[in-house]
Design a protein around this ligand. Structure first.
Ligand code: HPA
Length: 235
């Protein structure tokens, strides 16, 4: 298997890959949920692992933070390593008052203030969307398991500490559910290559009330989200 500037695989990479932001999260997922685990990458400490989930091969790798980081990894995973289904598992800040900490958010669409889409030179603006097939499957299982979830539009922002205190107002008015920093880049990279992608998150903080999660509950919520994400490998 060839190497790229950012991935030098020492083990195979599966067609389905989960992408948490934090590489240590990737390690935790591999150790907790997968069998027959082999590490495939350590370049820049962006740890990647391949194993099986209920007999189906699945990989997991850190994406880093922000659209540039997740998009370069997604590009290499798709074009150089044959990944066909890329699933971001992350956290988000909620923008709507009917959302609670730890709820699961599924990004049907992902707006952005990033210039990333400019490269495609489209005569208009591109609307990055998640794979309906993946969304449909996650929603069906979330309903069956009574997991509180929201499906809709989110914002992948280039800015975490925004100098404009009113930045979120317009997005909120347009019904944006939550803010994170990666999914629009993942969706566009997948669309350009004709592969499936999905971004799902747990609410780690409310941008309405200022509430934040605690570490223990974050872990429990993360487990719930992983139980929704992992079966996608067998779709
Ligand atoms: N903003 C951007 N990204 C995030 C947030 C947020 O409030 N919370 C979790 N990821």
């Amino acid at each position: 298997m060839r190497s790229t500037p950012h991935i030098d695989p020492t083990a195979p990479i599966a067609e389905t890959i989960l992408l948490p932001g934090d590489p240590l999260r990737a390690k935790f997922i591999a150790e907790t949920y997968l069998e027959d685990v082999r590490q495939f990458n350590a370049v820049r400490n962006m740890l990647g692992f391949t194993g099986t989930f209920q007999g189906t091969p699945v990989s997991v790798m850190g994406s880093g933070m922000g659209i540039p980081s997740i998009s370069l990894y997604a590009y290499e995973l798709i074009h150089m390593f044959g990944c066909k289904r890329l699933i971001r598992v992350g956290t988000c800040g909620s923008l709507q008052p009917d959302m609670h900490l730890y709820d699961v958010v599924i990004a049907q669409g992902a707006c952005t203030n990033s210039a990333f889409m400019d490269q495609y030179q489209l005569p208009g603006s591109f609307a990055p969307i998640g794979s309906f097939r993946l969304i449909d499957d996650v929603v069906r299982r979330a309903r069956e398991e009574n997991v509180p979830f929201h499906v809709g539009n989110i914002l992948s922002s280039d800015v975490f500490y925004n100098a404009n205190p009113n930045f979120n107002d317009g997005w909120k008015r347009m019904g944006i559910l939550a803010v994170e920093m990666e999914t629009a880049g993942l969706y566009a990279t997948a669309a350009d290559a004709g592969v499936e992608a999905l971004g799902m998150f747990t609410v780690s903080d409310s941008l309405v009330t200022g509430e934040v999660t605690d570490a223990q509950s974050r872990q429990t919520a993360f487990t719930t989200m992983m139980e929704l994400a992992l079966p996608l490998a067998a779709l």
